[in-house]
Design a protein around this ligand. Structure first.
Ligand SMILES: *Cc1c(COP(=O)(O)O)cnc(C)c1O
Length: 362
């Protein structure tokens, strides 16, 4: 027997979102970001469904090797690059495109004798200040890489820190990052990539030769609530998270529900029990009033979410034991649940793991 909870992954919606990206950035090549198991959607299945992608991107060499083992042939960008000689050799052997962001990696490149030269991304830090070289050093690092026999094509990239906030009224941060990148790389002839999902929707000037969408492929909004300055993209949710009602119990006025007795029945009422919890990736910290869907009806979750179960107020809801329950998906955006859990859709989506089953449709 399998766990009742399952994530249904709509590959048609995925392809629809992919075409949306193409409409936003018709002249750029598309690197589909499928790190962290494709944001919880299944890396291999997503890669296979996006045959028309010009490339894929993952966080680390291990993730890239999983793709190569399954005969994914497109260029694979590795955002964290190689950490040692063995990973660098793997980049050469499997023709990965690692990001070079640190002097340690320059040393490794100069030391290593690679069977085949590799394409690399030279990453500049223009405002994120996490990974990347100082933009002032762009020309210098570029020359060092260009003189390296193990390096074939050098491409340039940076990453935006605040694009998810939309276009900020004065002194827009993303605009400043674009300007800094452009100024510090002027004179270097190389293909460039600046745009994650939010940037590619809001700042066409950042499209350049390659764009790197992640979250919008999965149909969640790349923007935080309240962000403005762009047209809302037409995206379809790819993941629907489902489980079932496994019990309905009549409780009396004053009965406390669940761990900590944090919620008490205000009257006699039916309480449903759903077979899903934080052990499946549903967030434990949700605001009062967070809902789920049963037979298309919206019902409130009450009491604490526990590891395997959660409880729901079924007053006025037409429901029976065995009914399917939707935790997020069509009609109940994951963005809304994320907001009610004090997080972002990214965290909820890539937090689906382990015992939740996957069903791929379309
Ligand atoms: C994850 C990531 C992306 C994709 O970002 P989204 O906001 O999901 O579109 C792009 N570039 C880099 C460097 C990333 O780490």
């Amino acid at each position: 027997m399998q766990r009742i909870a399952y994530a249904s992954i709509d590959l048609k919606a995925l392809r629809h979102n992919f075409l949306q990206v193409k409409q936003y950035a018709p002249n750029s090549k598309l690197i589909c970001v499928i790190k962290a198991n494709a944001y919880g959607h299944g890396m291999l299945e997503v890669a296979k469904a996006l045959q028309d992608a010009d490339g894929f991107a993952v966080a680390c060499v291990d993730e890239a090797l999983l793709l190569r083992k399954e005969n994914v042939t497109q260029p694979i960008t590795v955002f964290q690059g190689f950490q040692d000689i063995a990973e660098l050799q793997a980049c050469s052997q499997y023709q990965l495109w690692p990001v070079v962001h640190h002097t340690k990696q320059l040393e490794l490149l100069h030391q290593a004798e690679l069977a085949q030269p590799i394409d690399i991304w030279l990453k500049l830090s223009t405002g994120m200040n996490r990974l990347g070289f100082n933009p002032d050093d762009a020309h210098d690092v570029w020359r060092q890489l260009d003189s390296c026999s193990g390096v074939r094509n050098i491409r340039l990239m940076t990453h935006m820190a605040r694009a998810d906030e939309g276009i900020l009224s004065e002194a827009d941060f993303t605009e400043k990052q674009i300007q800094l990148f452009t100024a510090s790389t002027s004179g270097i002839r190389a293909e460039c990539s600046l745009a994650n999902s939010a940037t590619l929707i809001g700042w066409p000037a950042a499209h350049r030769e390659w764009v790197r969408p992640g979250i919008m492929l999965y149909g969640a909004s790349p923007f935080l609530p309240g962000a403005s300055g762009f047209q809302s993209p037409d995206l379809q949710p790819v993941m629907q998270l489902n489980s079932r009602l496994i019990a309905i119990n009549r409780r009396s006025k004053g009965d406390p529900i669940g761990y900590g007795s944090t919620w008490v029945c205000p009257e006699n009422m039916p309480i449903g029990v759903v077979a899903i919890g934080y052990g499946d990736g549903y967030p434990r910290h949700i605001q009062a009033g967070t809902t789920l869907l049963i037979r298309g009806q919206s019902a409130k979750i009450v009491g604490r979410v526990s590891m395997d179960l959660l409880t729901v107020d079924l007053s006025g809801i037409d429901a029976a034991v065995g009914d399917e329950v939707v935790l997020w998906g069509t009609g109940l955006p994951v963005d809304r649940i994320a907001q009610q859990a004090g997080t972002i859709s990214y965290e909820l989506l890539c937090g689906i793991f382990g015992r939740v089953r996957y069903k791929y449709i379309n």
